[in-house]
Design a protein around this ligand. Structure first.
Ligand code: DQA
Length: 147
């Protein structure tokens, strides 16, 4: 059986849909994950969100063992977590970073990024559509793409 694509989300992304919709849009995280499952077809998607840094680190370790690629929106931990950075450094599968908003165009504290240096690439500022682009990249980079 082919390995799944992991789609992991960090703190406060469980509030998508109602949290600052002018910045993050009106789709819920469930909406986004459901669309990814349709696009992925036969490839399984493991999609989870946590508000806990330690849990996110443990899931990255799980993705390293069991996944074909990792799509990660670490949310605020992007800008703070060395533990997450260290865990991501151990990955031998493609890591694609996603942000709904464009942190580079926002407050200075969002310009610090511990994920981007260990990611293959980053998709930011395109809202929920960024997840679809990230999945397309994940499938291609992990050898599943049909086109
Ligand atoms: C975010 C951007 C982060 O700066 C912020 O802390 C989030 C969401 C995004 O998807 O735009 O929680 O990762």
């Amino acid at each position: 059986m082919s390995k799944p694509v992991y789609v992991l989300g960090g703190p406060n992304l469980n509030l998508l849909g109602t949290r600052e919709p002018e910045i993050y849009g009106r789709d819920t995280l469930e909406d986004i994950h459901a669309r990814l499952r349709v696009i992925a077809g036969d490839v399984a998607i493991v999609a989870r969100q946590t508000n806990s840094e330690g849990e996110l680190v443990s899931w990255v370790q799980e993705a390293a063992r069991e996944g074909r690629a990792l799509i990660l929106n670490a949310a605020a931990y992007t800008h703070t977590s060395i533990a997450l950075h260290d865990a991501l450094k151990t990955l031998k599968i493609p890591l694609i970073e996603v942000h709904l908003s464009n942190p580079a165009a926002r407050e200075a504290f969002r310009h610090v990024n511990y994920v981007a240096p260990v990611a293959v690439g980053t998709i930011a500022g395109l809202g929920a559509y960024g997840y679809e682009l990230a999945l397309s990249a994940a499938l291609r980079l992990s050898g599943e793409a049909r086109s």
